[in-house]
Design a protein around this ligand. Sequence first.
Ligand code: NI
Length: 158
Amino acid sequence: MATYNVVTIGDEILREKAVLVRRFDARLHNMLDAMAETMYEFDGVGLAAPQIGISKQIVVIDVGEGLWELINPKIVEKSGNVLGLEGCLSVPEKQGYVYRAQKILVRAQNRYGEPFEFEAENYFARACQHEIDHLNGVLYVDKLAHPTEQELAEMDEE
Ligand code: NI
């Protein structure tokens, strides 16, 4: 199956607000399949369309519990604030600490345009927030936390 090249930091497209998807057609389905394939090939846990040079509101996520496809996703509720380590296929060979909501409610559409909602917590919630940020031109490096020893110790306990 086809895979995409991943665009890296410095490319303008990563800073654009991605466009809403309006056509839920075979072209979108092929793109979703190839995005998932690309994510797995590069051992990522998520991939947003701007990362393959396409400025559309499309995300794939798999944190090890199955594939999620999110079209036009929006976070409608969030709670909690937790520190965690993140990386990004568009920021190769780096990692950094970021605070994210611990629990979120997401509203999105599936590949057929049908709306759905789901709750996400912890690492899955983190991945969703990271990928949805991509659709707004935001990278995790914009949000880097500089945790104290105390904060890092508390993180390990979770
Ligand atoms: Ni990323």
